[in-house]
Design a protein around this ligand. Structure first.
Ligand code: ADP
Length: 508
């Protein structure tokens, strides 16, 4: 059961509730897999701990087997047994925790959105640490993600460091400060944390509601390293408007807080090898891209009459953060500009889902617009490959992955200048940016005029200057969005934290 770092590399354990491709809801899943693969490639020992959901895509797990030990973990005043499974995902060793708790926490046919999510994930955080302790693991870094595993930080220092799981520094990454995991203070006691000790303004007490505790705040206060997913977003969340109540906490802890832009998994997202595509292509073979456009037009019943009619794509969760009113506007504006539009998205918000179902029905038999309101991995690849342009009009965007994937597939992004979009999309007409970095169309104001202006500039270049357009497509396809450089930044943060810990231990 026990492992240790094989070389001079670090031993890093990721504790998370998503991991692509087996359990992915959004960008978090991509990051856990992509960052881990890049760190492993750099010679570090990486292990991942996930809940064992019933609804995972088990076909992507190799050699899944149950360990012949059961780990008992504490919850609500009792000990519960957990079965531990191990398997390999994309070459990475992954442990899965299956609680034998009567509430069947991960046996719900869904990852999130349950009434007892706070219990489900505080349970998981505790069980994951219990497993690391019992297995005798001695990681250098435990890296937890988002509110669901933010509990790991206070649990580690308050309980587990004293029990002997004391080799690690804790890194906490918040992928979206919109979701903070708050609950009545008493609920914190379920996983064994001391409510009286932690429900204080400088610890886990919610900054807006003193009778509630805030898991993300706990992650920020009790971790050695705190990161978020882009430099611009790291600045935004330190302001009263952007911090969703946590700006003062982040400012207080600013020395350990940094924004690192996510990469994308360039093996999974590679138009030259992508098996979801009928025709693979690369930057020197844009005919292949044109054929993908033709394929999807036929598949979705869109007109093929005009090969040069620009195709605008959008793939997103339909939530207010993504600028749903601007996405709706972009559909109608694209039609007026004589383009084609494909939206792939679904919404956890019933009202938004209904609204878009209405628009989908309106265009059901239209030959220029198609809305597909579901989650579909395979179709998403086909749409990235087929699109000439890709819109991301987010109100806020911690990092955003679709703008990078779009560029890799030769679809030019049209994005609002916010968060990670501001760190990865640079306007072709912006003279203040060196020309080699300019790669798309951006707008600042989250309104229809702002979006129109960027969309119209894109249409003009596409129609009036096909040569420049093609050069732009080739340039975007060749940008390096791999995890290499971002993983190197994480590596540096981890190493510094470990060095500081060793120096402190020597001095003690
Ligand atoms: P977020 O994490 O906020 O959802 P990101 O841009 O960081 O946004 O990541 C979204 C990821 O989910 C991308 O890989 C995108 O392709 C994928 N995605 C979003 N909606 C869908 C959908 N309906 N079908 C398939 N993939 C989707």
């Amino acid at each position: 059961l026990t492992s240790s770092a094989t070389s001079s590399g670090l031993y890093v354990i990721q504790i998370a509730v998503e991991m692509a491709p087996v359990a992915k809801v959004g960008g978090l899943g991509d990051v856990v897999c992509g960052l881990s693969k890049a760190l492993q490639k750099k010679g570090h020992l990486i292990e991942i701990v996930l809940p064992k959901y019933d609804c995972m895509q088990y076909e992507h797990i190799r050699e899944l087997r149950a360990l012949d030990v059961e780990i008992e973990s504490y919850f609500d005043g009792q000990l519960f047994k957990n079965k531990i499974w191990v398997g390999t995902i994309e070459g990475l060793p992954v442990y899965f925790i299956e609680p034998h708790h009567p509430n069947k926490f991960f046996w719900r046919g869904t990852f999130y959105g349950e009434h007892d999510d706070f219990k489900r994930f505080s349970y998981f955080s505790r069980a994951a640490l219990e497993f690391l302790l019992r297995a005798g693991k001695k990681p250098d870094i435990i890296h937890c993600h988002d509110w669901q595993t933010a509990f790991v930080a206070p649990l580690y220092w308050d309980l587990y460091a004293h029990k002997g799981l004391n080799s690690a520094r804790i890194c906490f990454t918040c992928h979206n400060f919109e979701y903070q995991g708050t609950a009545p203070a008493s609920e914190l006691a379920s996983c064994g944390l001391d409510v009286d000790n932690l429900n204080r303004p400088d610890r886990m007490q919610d900054n807006s509601a003193p009778d509630r505790i805030n898991a993300v705040k706990g992650g920020v206060v009790f971790s050695n390293i705190v990161t978020t997913v882009s430099p611009t977003y790291a600045q935004e969340v330190r302001t009263a408007e952007g911090g969703r109540g946590l700006h003062s906490t982040l400012n207080f802890h600013s020395k350990k807080f940094i924004g690192i832009l996510n990469g994308i998994d360039t093996d999974a997202w590679n138009p030259a090898t992508d098996t979801f595509l009928e025709i693979q292509y690369n930057a020197n073979d844009l005919q292949g891209k044109a054929e993908n456009k033709e394929v999807i037009r036929r598949k979705l019943g869109l007109s093929s009459r005009d090969a040069q009619r620009p195709l605008v794509g959008c793939i997103t969760r339909l939530v207010p953060q993504k600028g749903v009113h601007l996405i709706r506007h972009a559909i109608y504006r694209t039609l007026e500009l004589r383009g084609q539009f494909i939206l792939l998205g679904s919404s956890p918000v019933p009202q938004i889902q209904r609204e878009f179902e209405g628009i989908a029905n309106q265009f059901q038999n239209h030959d220029q617009i198609r809305l597909i309101l579901k989650y579909d991995e395979s179709l998403s690849h086909a749409i990235f490959a087929a699109s000439d342009m890709f819109i991301i009009p987010s109100i806020f965007e911690p990092c955003g992955l679709t703008q990078m994937i779009a560029m890799r597939y030769g679809a030019i992004p049209i994005a609002r200048k916010t968060g990670g979009l501001n760190d990865s999309v640079f306007d072709v007409d912006d003279d203040t940016i060196p020309s080699q970095f300019r790669n798309g169309f951006t707008f600042l104001n989250a309104d229809e005029q702002g979006l129109n202006c960027a969309l119209e500039r894109a249409f003009n270049l596409y129609r009036n200057n096909p040569e420049s357009w093609q050069k732009l497509v080739q340039k975007d396809m060749n940008i390096d969005f791999s995890w290499d450089s971002s993983a190197a930044l994480y590596e540096e943060l981890y190493s510094k934290a470990v060095a500081r810990a060793r120096a402190a231990a020597k001095g003690a």
